[in-house]
Design a protein around this ligand. Sequence first.
Ligand SMILES: Cc1cc2nc3c(=O)[nH]c(=O)nc-3n(C[C@H](O)[C@H](O)[C@H](O)COP(=O)(O)O)c2cc1C
Length: 368
Amino acid sequence: MAEAPPHRRTSPAAALKLEDFDPAARGVLPQGIYDYIAGGAEDEATLRGNREAFARYRFRFKILASADRPDLNHDVLGQRFTMPVHLAPTAIQRMAHPDGEAAAYQAASDAGIAYCLSTLSSLSIEDVAAAATGARWFQLYMHPERAISTAFVERAVDAGYSAILLTVDLTRTGRRERDIRNGFSLPEGLLYANLESGRRAATADGPDPFARNVNANTNAALGWGDLEWLVAKTSLPVIVKGVVRADDARHAVDAGARGLIVSNHGGRQLDYAIASLDALPEVVQAVSGEVPVLLDGGVRRGTDVLKALCLGASGVLIGRPYLYALAVGGADGVRGMLEMLREEITLSMSLLGARRLTDLNPDLLTRI
Ligand SMILES: Cc1cc2nc3c(=O)[nH]c(=O)nc-3n(C[C@H](O)[C@H](O)[C@H](O)COP(=O)(O)O)c2cc1C
């Protein structure tokens, strides 16, 4: 059994960059929780690969472009945001901080970006919706029982979520060896707030108690018919999360997806999966502007955001950095982290010679 999240917090004031929140969070979280957040599958090759892919690109910047006040506004599916960065869905955020998903959503809302609520959240769809007014998207893990998925989607619609993200890269939980070693399980006192059972029903197979739990609540036989079913079921736009190939991207759009997220689940699922940034160009090309393509995995710098946008992403999502910021400073920690990222994007765009996000294109990059 993992220990409950502590209440001791440090000030994130000393953080200068997103990666500074990682050691700060490590200092306040129990080892098992820190490892659950930080870790990846097996050799963690994809976890590292997501970062390494960003380092292979350099900017061919433009000069004398009068880009002193770049415009960071961007639109996704008719929704307007103040920067092209959103908060990725992650499970059980009360592991990181007692205020959990509500605090992260408040910070996203204040920053003018979207917050994605995980199916496996520790506060309910309705309680999170009541915490702020900004854009909220609901991430769906299709349940083995369709009636349960139907209920999730209907609750999300009723609670004012404006998109459904269908995660397709977790049919079984990846082999996360840190969690196996730690015997990691849902910390005492925390629940899957959206599930009637709230908690266990962990009859499925899995290498550690947490994985067994997730496997009991996700559909291992997920197929294209499930995407078609979901698209037909809901009036909300469906965004498919976990696409890394052109043929799958095309298939998803033909099946009715209104957006795609290039993602390998932050290196937590299939190890040696292609880095998100390396998969991005073929996905962008396959859908040729028909739907927005977002990316997540390893985004840690304003320059990372710009690289992804140069390669055709409409925007990005971040995962671990905001969980670390949440752990050290609650909603204020996440607010501070997002403003840090906004400042980095603004400065780097200005130095790159780009006035607006639509100025970003592959011509501004070279691969080393
Ligand atoms: C602790 C943790 C829990 C996660 N839980 C979910 C989840 O419930 N649903 C989902 O679609 N993705 C989940 N993800 C994946 C993220 O949405 C995202 O793809 C990934 O974190 C992006 O990579 P990054 O952490 O390098 O930014 C989780 C990631 C982490 C780190």
